[in-house]
Design a protein around this ligand. Structure first.
Ligand code: ADP
Length: 328
């Protein structure tokens, strides 16, 4: 494999938890051991890094977790790590424990943190993990597939009840700034309309779409709304309520919220996490760091963390068109 002989490395999960993080931890630990390295788990993300909460992990310690959602290491939002002082403390802990490389499993915020460690000269590799799929440098991230499957289960059920009552159903999915989950849940759940943060929509337009769906003979109307859409699900529901009976249909809102995070990781998320976790260790062992490990053109690929920070992942406009056409 070349590169350097890593003796001690660490792994942490940070920010929003995502189904598949455990599979990634397991892959990091077992690949690290294969490289002849001691591997430490850091508890509660950057908070644990600052507090020096390292636990040594052997192959058996990561047994029985591949099928579990969440993260065995715990995650956290840690405002202190955003400060120079906090990061200095973290670096001190890493040096004291003689850690030579760190794997950071997480989303945008977490990789920003990883980038600042890399900028300070510490060998760090990021693993793309967020249910929002808004991370530049990876076409798909750990947790997205499971979150989407959970959304689909609900949408499928809502369709059944919606058809019996001529009720339009609004389903709010996660996505404060990024409409990926809503758009893909809309396409694959067969929604009549999708509302995403990237485009503002007028409530009248949505009502018109719902009416048109009924006029085309549909027994139901499902609208998938991202959390950050304007209007959001509550705003739309309020509008419909104010318009009253003259609209000819009622509206019900289902907010999926945190249930989207808590699922059993799907085959795809376990596979993705296994590959990315292993690849992150291989990068460190090859002396390559300061990068995010993700998927590009369906292959494992790396992107410099600085580039990840600067980049923005746009929605594929073809998917917007597909959602519209298939809602006929
Ligand atoms: P996610 O990784 O899911 O996007 P957050 O945005 O909450 O989650 O970020 C997780 C953690 O990453 C934060 O609590 C903080 O400790 C660290 N982080 C976020 N932004 C920065 C930053 N600009 N500099 C250093 N650390 C950061």
């Amino acid at each position: 494999m070349g590169g350097i002989q890593l003796k001690r490395m660490a792994v942490l999960t940070s920010g929003g938890d995502a189904p598949g993080m455990n599979a990634a931890i397991r892959a990091v630990v077992r690949t690290g051991l294969e490289q002849g390295c001691e591997v430490f788990g850091v508890e509660h993300g950057y908070a644990g890094l600052i507090a020096g909460k390292f636990i040594e992990l052997g192959a058996r310690d990561v047994g029985g977790i591949i099928q579990r959602g969440g993260t065995m290491l715990g995650s956290a939002r840690c405002p202190e790590f955003r400060t120079e002082e906090g990061r200095t403390k973290a670096l001190r802990e890493l040096n004291q424990k003689r850690i030579e490389g760190l794997v950071v499993i997480g989303g945008n915020g977490s990789q920003t943190g990883a980038n600042s460690l890399a900028a300070a000269g510490f060998p760090v590799v990021g693993v793309a993990s967020t249910i929002d799929n808004d991370l530049y440098g990876s076409e798909i991230t750990i947790g997205v597939d499971t979150a989407l499957n959970i959304a689909l289960e609900t949408i499928d059920r809502l369709k059944v009840t919606a058809s019996s009552h001529q009720r339009a159903m609004l389903v709010e999915v996660m996505g404060r700034d990024c409409g990926y989950l809503a758009l893909m849940a809309g396409i694959t759940g067969g929604a009549e309309a999708v509302l995403i943060p990237e485009y503002e929509t007028q409530p009248e337009e949505v009502v018109r779409e719902i009416r048109r769906a009924y006029e085309r003979g549909k027994p139901h109307a499902i609208v998938v709304v991202a959390e950050g859409a304007r209007p959001n699900a509550q705003g739309l529901a309020q509008y419909v309520k104010e318009q009253g009976a003259r609209l000819g249909f009622e509206l019900r809102v289902t907010i999926l919220g945190y249930s989207q995070r808590g699922g059993t990781p799907t085959y795809f998320d376990r596979y993705l996490a296994s590959r990315l976790g292993a690849a992150a260790v291989e990068q460190l062992a090859a002396g390559k760091h300061g990068v995010l490990v993700g998927i590009q053109k369906s292959e494992v690929a790396t992107t410099p963390l600085a580039e990840v920070m600067a980049g923005k992942k746009p929605l594929d406009p073809r998917m917007l068109e597909l959602a519209r056409v298939l809602a006929k």
